[in-house]
Unconditional design. Structure first.
Length: 370
């Protein structure tokens, strides 16, 4: 497959780290929230996967933009757009929360941070949520401000992230609980740091608001990182599929409802909070879902998923579509994420998929893979 360059322009925003990662050897970008997201450094995807699972990486994930919602009615607006009950949400915690529209279709699957009783950040996946929230606020006459906060996240991921962060910021950072956040001093500024990130190898996300001190922290990590084999990196396709971390626009999109996506844990229909699409979602639940997101293991040694790929059963009935996939060196086969139609969504279903003109066989499984 031929590869093409991304032509940069003002509209396609860089990040405060762009000049650094370009010195550090970034070789490819994708576009996410109208911004550059690095997808590859000098190491191959497989080398970066093994490195991430054994050491520590720093990622420029500025594309995880923050929609800030503050003001008297901010809690009402945040609750209006998510089917997760946030009425007992605590300041200092992150919440993975499906955002749905009036038809119970998925607009985004962000992380929501409660900064204060009347101040929230919605850490976006690739979706224009700000306009949606703003439109609702105007329509409802809510007393809120909705805007993109000036925050550029860098992520520190991998098993050695804990020792590296403790070395640079002190032992207190080791006490953060998963999806908790707190403020840590460095370079004369306080930085919001959460124990979170888009890998399952453990780590932290620094929500950088103070550019000078934040970049000094970024540089300090690289100065101090040698003993932990620190490298610059980026979200890794092999690791994130193996860990079943979903990618909005790839695995899930506005055509899906949260129950089809396996978000049952984050769907609260039995409490009295009001949110858009609640009645519609109750109907979906009562009727039962007609499609379901599943894992698939395919007997093949390579695949490139640039668009959905249909999957069939042995007698050529269409059973669903593969939405993401890659060869996984630990599973020693291709593993992927697929939307499967009724009545095929069970974990003993065998599948056939055409990869580069060749029919390959595989089997469905429940998510997560591990
Ligand atoms: N961090 C921050 N913002 C983000 C992402 C992130 N915005 C975009 C994208 N990633 C949003 N999608 C996800 C998907 C999964 C998770 C986080 C964001 C995640 N899930 C855990 C899991 O599935 O085990 C935990 C979920 C939970 O139990 O609450 O971490 O990565 N800032």
């Amino acid at each position: 497959m031929k590869n093409y360059f991304v032509s940069k322009s003002r509209r396609l925003r860089g990040t405060p780290y762009t000049s650094r990662i370009e010195k550090q050897g970034v070789t490819a970008y994708t576009v996410y929230n109208h911004m550059l997201l690095p997808t590859k450094f000098e190491d191959s995807l497989e080398e970066a996967y093994h490195h991430l699972k054994n050491h520590v990486q720093v990622w420029d994930v500025s594309v995880q933009r923050q929609t800030e919602i503050n003001g008297k009615d901010s809690a009402k607006l945040v609750q209006l757009i998510t089917c997760r009950d946030l009425s007992k949400a605590k300041v200092g915690r992150c919440y993975y929360a499906p955002i749905i529209d009036n038809n119970a279709k998925l607009i985004s699957d962000p992380v929501i941070l409660k900064l204060a009783e009347d101040r929230w950040w919605i850490s976006l996946s690739d979706s224009d949520l700000e306009l949606f929230a703003k439109g609702l606020a105007i329509g409802k006459g809510y007393d809120v401000n909705v805007f993109e906060a000036k925050v550029d996240i860098f992520s520190v991921q991998g098993p050695k992230s804990f020792d590296l962060m403790k070395k640079v910021l002190g032992p207190k950072i080791g006490e953060l609980k998963f999806f908790g956040f707190d403020y840590f001093e460095f370079g004369g500024a306080k930085h919001l740091i959460a124990r979170s990130g888009w890998s399952k190898q453990g780590g932290f996300e620094v929500y950088m608001e103070h550019e000078k001190a934040g970049l000094a922290l970024y540089d300090k990590l690289f100065e101090q990182g040698d003993e932990f084999n620190l490298k610059p990196g980026c979200p890794n396709l092999i690791e994130r599929i193996e860990s079943s971390l979903l990618s909005y626009g790839n695995d899930i999109d506005i055509g899906d409802n949260p129950l089809e996506c396996g978000f049952d844990k984050y769907v609260n229909l039995d409490t009295n909070v009001e949110f858009l699409g609640k009645e519609e979602l109750k109907k979906v639940k009562a009727d039962g879902i007609k499609r379901k997101l599943m894992g698939v293991k395919i007997d093949a040694d390579q695949i490139a998923v640039n668009s959905s790929i249909n999957m069939y059963d042995k007698t050529k009935n269409l059973i669903g579509e593969l939405r993401s996939g890659t060869y996984n060196p630990s599973f020693k086969q291709v593993i992927g994420i697929a939307m499967i139609n009724e009545p095929y969504f069970n974990d003993s279903q065998e599948i056939v998929i055409n990869i580069n003109g060749k029919d390959c066989t595989g089997k469905l499984c429940d998510l997560p893979f591990i």
